[in-house]
Design a protein around this ligand. Structure first.
Ligand code: CA
Ligand code: CA
Ligand code: CA
Ligand code: CA
Length: 396
């Protein structure tokens, strides 16, 4: 039952070391033994080997001491260098680096990941935890040259004469220009609004519909206005859209074109470019496309939007009286008159007679008089749906 070991320790062990070079493991460290045949002269002795520092060892050189201890607790030691070499593939835990290897000084590192998906319409980035990310590029185009129809440099482009014909415009006529990161820009007409009604019965808008029509690449404006809105002309207000290769779009600033109210006295050349219009048919002449939107009354005409009210006549007509007709919601028509070139009221001390006739019927009928200083009159007897002409005479 009892074992007996006759061993007697006579001699200390003999430690023997050698430098070793080992490649790094994927952890970028390595275990290594510097023992080079350490021994003990005593037959039957057993040796315990201890390295300090213990492994695993980092990249590069580490000086290590080997201590050899025998059964009698006698020991000896020696010193050698452990060299752990770089270059082993590893994983740095960063999805934004690739081809990670163990490298002296920096440990496990790799080259930056290229997240460019060759698609301009995505914004590319990298998250260390998840890798490449691609989110839509939503930056809209920048309009660097807003559209307009002014052409000649004036402030109020006009359509003339007002005989119900269309003036047709292309995208190029507007001069619109935009910039976008991904390019691929296209331009289209996107809205058209008339300041006046589309087809107001009993006035000079011709009984025609589709006065203000747009297609993606074309705009069609009818040279027409409501004559009873004098001195206000008609204003068409448009917008365009610039769209880039990614589908991002920007709407332009609004731009205008006008139709003078006065068929006999057209716009002056100083007010802006004049687009000549061919006579059109009231009913049959229409254009394809999306119909625009329309006002319900006279709206703000050229005189108010495109310049001063006096611009509704050219400069040679500044002494012509202006007669403004307003259809009253409760019935009847209100007349307002002025002589902007000569001062109001004019002539000095004048009073006024108001006359009316059925349109083109010959004789006028006097409706009434107003004293000096009054420049307005309500014709309560005018019947909705009929065409009339009024005359205001100065008495002095
Ligand atoms: Ca021994
Ligand atoms: Ca990596
Ligand atoms: Ca991209
Ligand atoms: Ca019309």
């Amino acid at each position: 039952m009892f074992g007996f070991d006759p061993f007697v320790d006579h001699n200390p062990p003999q430690a023997r070391c050698a430098n070793v070079t080992v490649p790094a493991a994927s952890s970028c460290t390595a275990n290594a033994s510097i023992n080079d045949g350490s021994s003990d002269p005593d037959a039957g002795d057993r040796l315990t080997l201890t390295q300090s520092p213990a492994g695993p060892y980092p990249l590069g050189d580490t000086v290590v001491t080997l201590t050899v201890t025998d059964r009698g607790c006698q020991s000896s030691s020696c010193t050698a260098t452990v060299t752990v070499t770089p270059g082993t593939p590893c994983d740095d835990g960063n999805a934004c680096t690739v081809s990670d290897t163990c490298q002296l000084g920096t440990g496990c590192t790799g080259a930056p990941r290229n997240c460019d998906d060759a698609n301009c319409c995505t914004v590319d980035s990298c998250e260390p935890s998840s890798g490449c990310a691609h989110v839509p590029n939503t930056e809209p185009p920048t309009i660097v040259d807003q559209p307009d129809l002014e052409g000649g440099g004036g402030s109020c482009p006009g359509l003339w004469p007002p005989q119900h014909g269309y003036v047709d415009f292309t995208v190029a006529d507007t001069g619109i220009e935009a910039q976008a990161v991904c390019g691929g820009l296209t331009y289209s007409f996107s809205s058209c609004a008339s300041s006046q009604a589309e087809d107001q019965s009993g006035t000079a808008d011709g009984g025609s519909a589709r006065d203000c029509v747009y297609e993606p690449e074309a705009l069609h404006l009818r040279a027409e206005r409501d004559g009873t809105c004098s001195p206000k002309g008609r204003t068409y207000t448009m917008t365009m859209i610039a769209t880039d290769a990614c589908g991002n779009s920007t709407t332009s600033a609004p731009f205008t074109a006008c139709v003078w109210h006065d068929k006999q006295h057209g716009p002056g050349s100083s007010t802006g470019r004049i687009y000549s219009a061919s006579p059109g048919s009231n009913g049959n002449d229409t254009r394809a496309g999306t119909n625009g939107t329309y006002g319900t009354a006279c709206g703000d005409g050229c005189g108010l939007i495109c310049g001063e009210p006096g611009q509704v006549h050219d400069s040679s007509d500044d002494d012509r009286p202006i007669l403004l007709l307003t259809v009253l919601s409760g019935g009847g028509v209100r007349l307002d008159w002025s002589t902007p070139g000569l001062g109001d009221p004019y002539p000095p001390n004048a009073s006024y007679e108001i006359w009316r006739r059925a349109r083109g019927s010959g004789a006028y009928t006097k409706l009434g008089e107003v004293p000096h200083g009054v420049t307005t009159y309500v014709d309560a007897e005018a019947v909705d749906g009929r065409d009339y002409e009024w005359s205001v005479n100065a008495l002095y």
